[in-house]
Design a protein around this ligand. Structure first.
Ligand code: ZN
Length: 282
């Protein structure tokens, strides 16, 4: 279990212990501020985000524990890191039954969930049923049609692309953060599959592939290109298209979401070296 409130507590700890700098770059549908932690380094800027998807909250833990580890080391060499540990806090809380049932947003989510109050096995979307990682304008229409054809025709647990690109406050906040900070490289943490996706619509270049190979070597994860329906409308798709700079989706762990807590140490053994390598190569 890892809710937005637990994230907030862990951020407060890092502030107390290390004075880490944190800013908020937007709000979720329900008004939860979206935090971004900054770990100073060289002039390059690496952006790492986690938990676009509700059931993938283990990625928030991985990223926060990584921040704690970097800070505990004391000295750090590499790109300045911008770590946004929870893009979809409402969805994360909903998937763990941690949304106030008296709210309109909760009641709507129950309706969108087919009347069920059990969100623990399939809820990836934000609180109003939009899959944030299908909401970016990168072949958005193609993805929306593919989702439609596959039966995801309206807001719900997963794969609904939204009424239009950037229809959601969470994805807009990520866009505005990227515009403001002009990152050199980006990584989005998801679960599961132990795979790294590096390309979008053949727009990524040879350097992006080579960095992907280094990230694969550092983590032990496989580097892959083809993604089918998941390859449109995602954050890394949009970032590659917008900037023509390296961006990766890293699928941590193996099994069924939400991944069991027992996997956390192994995932961190794979992902921490990957993030350090990314910070060196950004
Ligand atoms: Zn995901």
């Amino acid at each position: 279990m890892y809710t937005y409130e637990m994230l907030t507590e862990q951020i407060a700890e890092l502030k107390r212990e290390y004075g880490i700098s944190v800013f908020y770059f937007g709000d979720s549908v329900m008004g939860r501020p979206l935090p971004c932690l900054v770990i100073p380094g060289n002039r390059k800027k690496l952006f790492v985000n986690a938990s676009h998807h509700g059931l993938e909250f283990i990625t928030s833990q991985v990223l926060m524990n990584f921040a704690a580890e970097v800070l505990a080391r004391g000295s750090y060499v590499g790109a300045t890191m911008y770590l946004a540990p929870m893009i979809n806090p409402d969805g994360v809380n909903l998937a763990q039954n941690a949304i106030n049932p008296a709210t309109f947003d909760y009641k709507r989510a129950v309706y969108l969930n087919g009347g069920s109050t059990d969100f623990s096995s399939g809820w990836q979307s934000n609180i109003r049923g939009v899959d944030l990682n299908h909401n970016y304008p990168a072949l958005w229409g193609t993805g929306a049609l593919a989702s439609f054809a596959a039966g995801y025709t309206c807001p719900g647990r997963t794969r609904y692309s939204g009424m239009y690109p950037f229809s959601e406050p969470e994805s807009r906040a990520v866009r505005d953060l990227c515009f403001e900070r002009d990152f050199d490289m980006a990584i989005a943490l998801h679960s599961q599959g132990e795979v790294i996706y590096w390309n979008f619509n053949n727009l990524a270049d040879e350097r992006a592939k080579q960095i992907g190979q280094r990230l694969a070597a550092a983590s032990g994860y496989a580097l892959e290109e083809a993604e089918g329906i998941a390859s449109t409308g995602g954050f890394k798709d949009w970032f590659i298209q917008e900037y023509r700079r390296p961006a990766y989706t890293v699928e941590v762990g193996r099994g069924k979401n939400p991944l069991p807590q027992e996997q956390l140490p192994q995932i961190q053994k794979n992902v921490f070296p990957l993030l350090y390598e990314a910070a060196r190569l950004a």
